[in-house]
Design a protein around this ligand. Structure first.
Ligand code: SER
Length: 341
């Protein structure tokens, strides 16, 4: 359906809907079965109550507890129906194709990432959604940007279709804020490392896979070179940053494209050394593939002073603290699985 027709149809539905004027916080998460979505959903359920968080994705995780709607976020009618049905007041729009998978079918990636974002933006302005969260990425920077402490305002000229879709998304977020006053907030996530879920098709995925191999006492084959240093962040810090940004007073938010966010920075070689402090015999071999080129186009560290000054961002996990929790948690996971099977 054309974007021109959408508002008319939706306004029609709105007139017949039972939207309450005293609004409770009701959150919709797209991409809720994904790496970040599955953890963020639980955190938001704890904070706002299970019934006030609607998780959505193309597929449900078998272990999911709570309210779930099967949703293809590129389908405007399906998205708006859920927003109206549950009287949604906030949307966390996490559904997207990541950097490495994105390169396999570039135009498809553009289509999915942008269409789903446009749908979220339009439904949000038409139903007066209070707040929207849109994740951007370190992938917005390209080869020309300074590699270390990349500044917030440096020119964004990405080299992947994923990065291009994030830059466009940041600009559209800024446009909807300026033009319609939509309170949309965003973070440029570094590579996110967590034990709870597996990532899907990113360039930073190696930093999670490596822990699974270490705990299972297997050799890890790395698709990046030993020295490929990238910005990374532990899951707990990521979730805390997201919620802190969303809860910050509106007047503190000076960046309406997307905030740089820093957790830690390391290369596969440095991560291996950190794991070897716990598993001295752990081994890695390097077989770089097309993802090495993507990694080379990204910063190795990020300047996040705007996030620090606007909403007091401060990471808590460094590489060794992260490695030690990852190993403890994955050990527990594999022991539990062994006991069950
Ligand atoms: N972790 C993401 C990726 O590798 C970057 O935002 O695609």
């Amino acid at each position: 359906m054309s974007y021109f027709l959408m508002p008319l149809l939706l306004l029609d539905k709105l007139k017949n809907s039972k939207i309450n004027f005293i609004k409770m916080t009701k959150i919709l998460i797209t991409g809720a079965s994904g790496q970040l979505g599955s953890v963020l959903t639980k955190k938001l359920q704890d904070k706002y109550g299970v019934d006030n968080v609607i998780a959505s994705d193309l597929r449900i995780n078998p272990s999911f507890n709570g309210c779930f709607e099967v949703l293809d976020a590129t389908d405007f009618d399906a998205l708006s129906e859920i927003v109206l049905k549950f009287e949604i007041t906030q949307i966390y729009h996490l559904a997207a194709i990541l950097s490495a998978n994105g390169e396999k079918i570039p135009l498809n990636t553009w289509d999915i990432n942008m269409k789903s974002l446009f749908n979220v933006l339009e439904v949000s302005r038409l139903t007066n959604i209070d707040k929207v969260f849109f994740p951007s990425s370190i992938a917005v920077y390209g080869n020309d940007a300074p590699k270390t402490e990349t500044p917030q305002d440096y020119v964004v000229a990405p080299s992947t279709v994923y990065g291009i879709s994030k830059v466009a998304g940041e600009n559209w977020a800024h446009y909807y804020y300026e033009r319609y006053g939509l309170d949309i907030r965003s973070i440029r996530y570094p590579g996110v490392i967590g034990h709870q879920s597996l990532p899907g098709g990113g360039t930073t995925d190696y930093a999670i896979d490596i822990f699974h191999k270490a705990v299972k006492n297997e050799v890890f084959e790395c698709f990046l070179e030993a020295t490929a240093t990238l910005p990374m962040i532990y899951m707990d810090d990521t979730i805390r940053a997201t919620i802190e940004l969303m809860e910050a007073p509106k007047e503190n938010i000076t960046v309406r494209t997307s905030y740089n966010l820093s957790g830690m920075s390391f290369s596969p070689e440095q991560l291996t050394q950190s794991i070897q402090k716990i598993y001295p015999d752990f081994k890695i071999v390097y077989k770089p593939d097309f993802r090495q080129k993507i990694a080379e186009s990204w910063p190795s560290s990020i300047d996040d002073s705007s996030a620090r000054s606007d909403w007091n961002w401060k990471p808590q996990f460094d590489i060794d603290a992260m490695a030690s929790v990852m190993i403890e948690e994955l050990k527990l996971k594999y022991i539990t699985e062994l006991k069950i099977s």
